[in-house]
Design a protein around this ligand. Sequence first.
Ligand SMILES: O=C(O)C1=C[C@@H](OP(=O)(O)O)[C@@H](O)[C@H](O)C1
Ligand SMILES: C=C(OP(=O)(O)O)C(=O)O
Length: 434
Amino acid sequence: MIKTLTGAPKIGLHGTLAVPGDKSLSHRGLILGAISQGTTTLHGFLPAADCLSTLTALQALGVPIHRDGTTVTITGRGLHGLSQPKQPLDMGNAGTATRLLAGLLAGQPFATTLIGDASLSRRPMERVRQPLQAMGAHIELTAGHLPMRINGQRLHGGHTDMQVASAQVKSALILAALQADGPSTIVEQLPTRDHTERLLRQFGGHIETAADERTITVTPQPQLQGQTVQIPGDFSSAAFFLTAASIVPKAHIRLTQVGLNPTRTGLLNVLQRMGGHVTVTPQTQTTEPVGDIEVSCAQLHPIHLTAADIPAIIDELPLVALLAATADGISTVSGAAELRVKETDRIATIVTELQKLGVVITAQPDGFTIDGRATWHQPKENLDSHGDHRIGMMMAIAALRLPQPTQLAGAEAVDISYPTFFEDLAQLCQGVRV
Ligand SMILES: O=C(O)C1=C[C@@H](OP(=O)(O)O)[C@@H](O)[C@H](O)C1
Ligand SMILES: C=C(OP(=O)(O)O)C(=O)O
C-alpha cells in the first residue's frame, strides 16, 4: 500500500497521546497466562499482527483465549496442559513469538512445527536451537531458519552462557527452564529487557536476578497463578513521537502511561545526551514502571553509541539515525550488528531510505556514521518500508521535515506493531497545544 505523507505540519506537533500497549508484554502476558492455573486478564493488550500471531498459536495449542478490543481473557491450562496443534503454527512476522514459543514447546510432550512469512524465514534460529539443545531439546531447523520442527522432550536444568545479547533468547531459555528437572542459571553478555523475569514473578514463578543484572536463576515446575495485568503503552511506539517532537519545529507533545522499564528507555538517555528537551513524570509502579513523557523541539548535538548502549535502544536505532541526521555534527553507532538480522537488514534499509532525503550516512558492518549537517531534499522516488514496520514509521516521521508531500510504499507494515500509527500521527499534526 502506498501512503501519501503530507510533509511538514505548519503549526508543529501538539497534543496528548496514549500510545497502544507494549508488544513485548502482550506476547509474554499471553504465554504466561496460557501456562498458569485459572484466569488471566490482560488490559491494554496490543491488537497488532505480531501479538495476534502469538494469540492464534496459543489457541491452536488448546488454550481458550477471548479478545474484546484491548482486553484479553485467557483460561490457563497450566504448565502441562497444552495439546498438540493439528497444523504447523504460523508465526507470521513475529521474531519474539517464534523464539519464546520455541523455548516453551521444547519441553512439551508433543511435536510442533513453526513456520513464518518470508522475512521471519530469513531470520536466525540457531541462536535458540543451540542453547535449548544443551538442555536436552530436539529441534530441527531448515539451514538455520524456519520451518522449525520441535520434538518436545524432558529438559534438564544447567548453566547457559548466552552467545548473543537477546531478550528473546533469554526468554526462550527461561520458559524452557520452567519445565526442566532441576534449577537453571542463565548468564547474559549484556543486560537485556527483563519483562519475562518481572511478569513471571507476578505470576508466582521463582526467578532471581543477581546484582550484576546478567545472571538469572530459575527454579523449575512452579504453580503459576493467573493474574490481572495492566500493560503500559509501548515505549518503542512512543519513541516515534519522541523523535518527531524533537525534530519538528514548534512541536510540544505529551505521551501518557508509557512503559518506562529502564532496560527499554535508552532513547531517553540518548535524547538527553543530544540536548533534547524531555521531561519524564513517573507514576506509581506496579510490575513495570510507567509514566508520562513531555517533549519539545530542540537543536540536537551528535552522539556516539557503542555495544553496551545497544540492548536498551535496539528497536529505536532507526530513530537514533533520524535524530543524528538533524544534529549539528557527526554521530556514530557501533556494536549494533544485531540490526542486520531484524525484520530487514536495518543498517542497509536505514541507509538506503535516509540517503533518499540527502542525508549523509554511511553503513558499517555493525552500525553507521551520520553527518547531520547536510541539507535535506525531497526524495526522487517513493520512500519504502521494505516490509519493515519500524523502517516505515521512521520514514513517516522523517517526512515531517520535508516541505512537500511524499509517498511511502509498503505502509501496511505498521500493522505489525502499531496499526493506528497514521491516525495517531495525524492527531498530533492537528493537535491542541499542551
Ligand atoms: O524480547 C522481546 O520482546 C524483544 C526483544 C528484542 O529482540 P532481541 O532480544 O532478539 O534483540 C527486540 O528487538 C524485539 O522487538 C522484542
Ligand atoms: C525486531 C522486532 O520484533 P520481532 O523480533 O519480534 O520480530 C521489532 O519489533 O522491531
